[in-house]
Design a binder for this molecule. Structure first.
Ligand code: PLP
Length: 390
């Protein structure tokens, strides 16, 4: 077998199969195709490829076999026809939204979006004369009333910071009734605990920088959807925005995916244990954990390690943060390490008092990511830091 040859791909662009284990000496770990171009075997090979008779890697901004292996796994996990990798979660979000809206269109989005998705809507889409209405996703009637005439229903469940959980199946059914495309950011649950396409959602987006990668060593994104939607993104949007996932990052993601189910089980177990201890703590006013003490909503089969809680005014939040030892102060989440972000700081970043991002986020809110360290050690760290901050 000639292991130097790139695999020849023969299906249509939206269903490309660019990676086949048997092409690479049955390597248990896929190789990294760390190259920009793939040469042709002959004039006819090139002519057939350009004529669309054959699909094969030509240039890595288009098709790269390592990236393709990652995309195929995500499509299987999300139970969609296809998937497409991006250089970041925001690249996946902006490309997906831009592929749907035109000037004059309207989007209905749920409140408490990921802050940079909100800024993309407010700063870039506004300039393109696309309007966005934010509605509480828990209020089915309000969504139903807002949707007529909208092109897109943009969802995130659970939401950022407040961790509101929505009835995805119902919301997507309403979107379909009104002729709107439904799109969801599924980064929090990962496909292990929520597969929105099985609930009727048209487009599923991930920041792969979080749980999919799982090791805080990659920034990446991915979109999972139908052949039609992904084919259009792959053919008409991504090549020109150019926000391509790199082969090395795809390789890191493939490694991360191997432990995704085991990691998610552990984030869930430790996250619930610590959320319960916080709920029982006298200095904690409320815990915002999507599944703690509740029946799991339809379609959500588990919980990850990211949630928030509200301190009583007696706790000095800066002192609390500085007293932590195992927990580090830092944004992002989804890796091994446990992290804390006080809303005091992030609220200051999001603009004036009327910013939609501040709305409904209490001053004394603290967000935790429960990583993969020992849960007892994590609780000792938290409870000692609370004592030090009183
Ligand atoms: C981090 C994050 C994003 C953005 O992803 P990047 O990979 O950082 O671009 C989008 N949505 C959610 C919920 C996130 O946490």
């Amino acid at each position: 077998m000639n292991t130097n040859k790139p695999p020849v791909v023969t299906s249509s662009p939206s269903t490309v199969v660019a990676y086949d284990e048997t092409h690479f000496g049955n390597a248990v770990v896929p190789p990294i195709f760390q190259n920009s171009l793939f040469v042709f075997e002959s004039f006819a090979d090139m002519a057939d490829t350009y004529a669309g008779k054959k699909v094969r890697p030509v240039y890595s901004r288009g098709l790269n076999p390592t990236v393709r292996a990652f995309e195929e796994k995500i499509a299987k996990l999300e139970k969609t026809e296809d998937a497409l990798g991006f250089a970041s979660g925001m690249a996946a979000i902006s490309a997906s939204v831009l592929s749907v809206v035109k000037p004059g269109d309207r989007i209905v989005a749920v409140e408490h979006l990921y802050p940079d998705a909100y800024r993309f809507f407010e700063m870039m889409l506004k300039d393109l004369n696309v309007t966005v209405d934010y509605v509480d996703g828990r209020d089915i009637d309000a969504i139903d009333k807002a949707l007529p005439g909208a092109k897109l229903l943009y969802l995130e469940s659970p939401t950022s910071w407040t961790f509101h959980v929505h009835d995805i199946a119902k919301l997507c059914e309403i979107a379909r009734k009104h002729g709107a495309i439904s799109m969801i950011d599924n980064s929090w649950a990962s496909p292990i605990f929520q597969q929105p396409a099985t609930l009727g959602c048209d487009v599923v987006i991930h920041s792969a920088s979080k749980y999919l990668g799982g090791h805080s060593d990659v920034v990446a994104g991915v979109v999972a959807a139908s052949n039609d939607f992904i084919g259009r993104l792959r053919g008409q949007i991504l090549p020109y925005l150019g926000s391509k996932l790199s082969a090395f990052d795809a390789w890191l993601l493939l490694r991360g995916l191997r432990t995704l189910p085991a990691r998610m089980r552990e984030h869930q177990r430790s996250g619930l244990a610590i959320a319960q201890k916080l709920a029982d703590h006298p200095e904690v006013v409320a815990v915002y954990h999507p599944t703690l003490g509740r029946n799991l909503p339809d379609g959500l089969t588990g919980s990850s390690g990211l949630f928030s809680f509200e301190f009583s005014p007696r706790v000095n939040i800066p002192l609390f943060c500085d007293a932590l030892g195992i927990f580090k102060i830092g944004v992002s989440w989804g890796g091994h390490e446990s992290l804390v972000v006080p809303a005091l700081v992030s609220r200051a970043q999001v603009g004036g008092p009327n910013s939609a991002l501040r709305f409904g986020v209490p001053e004394n809110l603290v967000r935790l990511h429960i990583g993969l360290e020992d849960a007892d050690d994590l609780w000792s760290d938290l409870s000692a830091a609370i004592d030090a901050a009183l």
